[in-house]
Structure formats: structure tokens, C-alpha cells
Design a protein around this ligand. Structure first.
Ligand code: EPU
Length: 428
């Protein structure tokens, strides 16, 4: 397994461009199952999760050409409906083929995803949505079998759970409802920019979705969908991660294709902490802005609570924990989406961080310097936070199990090197 060796303490400077969003691309790819037409996606990031989704779509009878940059997809065989465990267990986002398969093929068999590094991740809301549209759900041999032999019918669905809305659940119900008979209302829909991107693609294919970006979606079912050509939005989590990299190294970094409009809660926390995100261009096109990130020498502590969009994203919680280790004073981080998503705490502590956890809340006693150490990544965002800690630390850090990073950050080592970071990939 590869690892990263990082020499900390180098100030990052220069310019990089933010890649296309992984979490937008995965459901956009699944939407290709909704049509016989050709779907072209542009700005697709080069990531192992994208290759895994391409593999799954091929198993489901889709011809996929290109796995990064420009990707073209077309359904060749409508008979395959099974997403097997070997792929679902490597990538939970496989669940987003459920809605499209059910809409077009009236049957989907998906291996039940298990838990993951940050706790249980149920799919009950996805299934509740499909049932509301008239589907039958059974569990057999670890597979969920969802069928609607007569087709789906529009319905009014409340899609909220104990932790609020569900992103991929909303994507699934939306994909199923666009081809259902009649009108569907989804209340407590996820408002994430990735859901808006999916609605934009589906509408370009001929769907009639209203309200994307808000909590109530109204979908008028149509008979069939056609071809479309779509540019994937930039990745707000990658953008936030590089902005933290600039801040923890007291750097001066320009980020192009910065999805400013999808990051207002993040920019708000940066400003509280003393990190400046200055808009250089893009006021008229704020999902594709250019910003300069710099920080004050003394960072200030703050409070962060993760929430569904437009609240602070759980996918940046770990990276901000690294940042707050450097702020002078006590910060508080409360995780309301995945209350167990704190695997990085013990690893940061190995580097000298002082973090005290009680249930879903951590107090970060900032101000003590971080020291390089061998650390181990447990999931994608935890890995990113350890790389950031390595950049900020005195001495050498070795981050092992970086295959997690290759799932969600395109060539992160090359991009950090371009900014002057000392990071090298050690192949084993
Ligand atoms: N939930 C339920 N029931 C469900 C589905 C979700 O109770 O049926 C709960 C979850 O346990 C969680 C909350 O609802 O507490 C939100 O989960 P959500 O369904 O929104 O998560 P997801 O759609 O499976 C996507 C991202 C995650 C990101 C979450 C939250 C993709 C491929 N994944 O997952 O991204 O953390 O939304 O924003 O879009 C990552 O990129 O590192 C990552 C984990």
C-alpha cells in the first residue's frame, strides 16, 4: 500500500485549479441508466471512485468511454439489474443506481451496503422513497430487491431522517420520479449543489424538475428521457481542503474554479478563524470563481456544527479540525451528520494535537505545535486532514493507506508539489 512522506513547515504559494466534483459525478453517471440516448459528461475528475462507478455501469450494460475529462455513456443492454457486493462494498455510492434502474428496468437488485469507517450509514430513506412511488422492497441473501412491474406512480414523499435530508436518497428518488406517472413532491429534499447539478442534467435530458436547491422538489413525470451534454460542477470539498492547506501553511494560494456560491458556510467559518478568501473574479458566475486564500498569523478559535447544506459540510469537518489545532484557544466541533466520524482524532493526537471528545462533540485545544509522525488514514476526509497536518507540522509525517485519498482527490501530491509542498508518494 502506498503512503505519503511529507516534510512540514513549507509555505504554500501559487495557483491551482479545482477539479470536477466526485460527489456530483457519481449520481450524474448513474443517470445515464435513465435513457437510451448518449450522455456526455465533461470536467470528470480522475479518481478511483469514478473508475469503480464506470465498472459498475458496464456490468449493468452501459458502454462507458473515457473515465476522466470527457466521458460518454450509452445503455446497450437493458437486462442487467444486479449491483454485486464486491463493488458496493468498495463504494457506497453504488446505491445511486437504484432509482435509475427501477425507473427504466422496473427492477433493481443491490447488495445491501454495510457500515463504513465512520459508523452506520442506513439506506432506509432511499427505500421508503421507492415504496412511496409504488415499488416493493425485499431483502434476500444480503441483496435488496426492489421491483415495480407496473411502473412507478408519482407521490408526495417526506424524505427527512433523524439527521435531516439525504443527498443520495434525494438523487435516487428524483431519478425514479422523473419517469414515474404523474407528479411527485419530495419534501425535506437535500439542497446540496450536487443535487442541483443532477437536476440540471436530468432537465437537460427532458425531465421536468422544479425547486432544485431548495427543500421541496416538484417533479412532473415524463414518458422518456433523451441525450445531454453536461459540465460537472467543481468540487467544493476539494476546494475547501486546498484552502485549509493554504491557511495551515500561512500560504498565499490562488484557487481557480472555486465553487464560492456552494461554500458560504465554509467561507463564514474561515473568516471567523482569520483565513481570508478573497474573490478575485467570478462575482457574476460564483460557482466558478477565482479566489486568493491567505491567513492572519494568529488564527482564532471558533465553533463548528456540521449540518446538511447550506450548513457546514461534514466532508470538511476533519480538515477544519487540523486548522483549529493551530488556532490559539479552544474550539468546539459538533458532528451532526455522522456522530462517529472522528477516526482522525486519535491520529492527530499522535502528532501532538490536544483534542477531547465527548460523544458527537470535540473540544480542540489549539495553539500547541504539531509534530511529524507516522499516521494511518481511515477514510477519505480523515486522510486529507492528516496530509494537511503533515504540511503544517514540524518534521516528517508519513501518512499510510493513501488509497483512500485516490478515491476523492485528483493527483493531490502533484498539486501540493506545484504549490511548493514537500510531499512524495512512496510505493510499496
Ligand atoms: N441517512 C439515513 N437514512 C438514509 C440515508 C441517510 O438515516 O436512508 C442519514 C445518514 O446516516 C446521515 C444523513 O442521513 O446521518 C445524511 O446522509 P446522506 O444520505 O446525505 O449521505 P450520502 O448521500 O450517503 C453523501 C456523500 C458523502 C457525504 C454525505 C453528507 C456522495 C457519494 N457521498 O453521502 O460524502 O458525507 O452525502 O453530505 O455524495 C465523502 O465524499 O467523503 C462522503 C462521505
Amino acid at each position: 500500500m502506498d503512503s505519503f512522506r511529507i516534510q512540514g513547515g513549507r509555505r504554500l504559494a501559487g495557483k491551482i485549479q479545482i477539479e470536477g466534483s466526485k460527489n456530483a459525478t457519481l449520481p450524474l453517471m448513474a443517470a445515464a441508466l435513465c435513457t437510451d440516448g448518449e450522455i456526455t459528461l465533461r470536467n470528470v475528475p480522475c479518481l478511483s471512485d469514478i473508475s469503480n462507478m464506470a465498472r459498475l455501469l458496464r456490468e449493468l450494460g452501459v458502454q462507458v468511454d473515457g473515465e476522466s475529462g470527457v466521458m460518454k455513456m450509452r445503455v446497450m443492454d437493458q437486462n442487467k439489474v444486479h449491483a454485486h457486493y464486491d463493488i458496493v462494498k468498495t463504494m457506497r455510492a453504488s446505491i445511486c443506481v437504484l432509482g435509475p434502474l427501477l425507473a427504466r428496468r422496473r427492477r433493481a437488485v443491490i447488495a445491501m451496503p454495510g457500515g463504513c469507517a465512520f459508523g452506520s450509514r442506513p439506506i432506509d430513506l432511499h427505500l421508503r422513497g421507492m415504496q412511496a412511488l409504488g415499488a416493493k422492497v425485499e431483502l434476500d441473501g444480503g441483496d435488496i430487491i426492489v421491483t415495480a412491474p407496473e411502473g412507478l406512480k408519482g407521490a408526495t414523499i417526506f424524505l427527512g431522517g433523524p439527521n435531516g435530508s439525504t443527498v443520495l436518497g434525494t438523487a435516487n428518488v428524483m431519478c425514479a420520479a422523473v419517469l414515474a406517472k404523474g407528479r411527485t413532491v419530495i419534501e425535506c429534499a437535500a439542497c446540496e449543489p450536487e443535487v442541483v447539478d443532477l437536476a440540471n442534467l436530468l432537465n437537460a435530458m427532458g425531465a421536468r424538475i422544479e425547486g432544485a436547491g431548495g427543500p421541496r422538489l416538484v417533479i412532473h413525470g415524463v414518458e422518456s428521457l433523451g441525450s445531454a451534454d453536461h459540465v460537472v460542477i467543481p468540487d467544493r470539498i476539494v476546494a475547501g481542503t486546498y484552502a485549509v492547506a493554504a491557511a495551515v501553511t500561512n500560504g498565499n494560494v490562488t484557487l481557480e474554479e472555486f465553487p464560492y456560491d456552494g461554500m458560504l458556510s465554509v467561507i463564514d467559518r474561515f473568516s471567523e478563524i482569520g483565513v481570508h478568501v478573497e474573490l478575485l473574479s467570478g462575482a457574476d458566475n460564483p460557482m466558478h470563481a477565482t479566489v486568493r486564500v491567505t491567513s492572519e498569523r494568529k488564527l482564532k478559535p471558533t465553533q463548528i456544527t456540521t449540518q446538511p447544506h447550506p450548513g457546514f459540510p461534514t466532508d470538511l469537518q476533519a480538515q477544519f479540525m487540523t486548522l483549529l489545532c493551530l488556532a490559539e484557544g479552544n474550539s468546539m466541533i459538533t458532528e451532526k451528520i455522522y456522530p462517529e466520524r472522528f477516526m482522525h482524532v486519535a491520529e492527530l493526537s499522535r502528532m501532538g494535537a490536544q483534542i477531547y471528545r465527548q460523544g458527537p462533540t470535540c473540544v480542540v485545544a489549539g495553539g500547541a505545535p504539531l509534530h511529524g509522525a507516522p499516521v494511518m488514514a481511515s477514510d477519505l476526509r480523515a486522510s486529507a486532514c492528516l496530509v494537511l497536518a503533515g504540511l503544517a507540522a514540524e518534521g516528517e509525517t508519513n501518512v499510510s493507506r493513501i488509497y483512500h485519498l485516490d478515491r476523492g482527490y485528483e493527483k493531490i501530491d502533484a498539486k501540493l508539489k506545484q504549490l511548493g509542498g514537500r510531499i512524495s508518494r512512496i510505493q510499496e
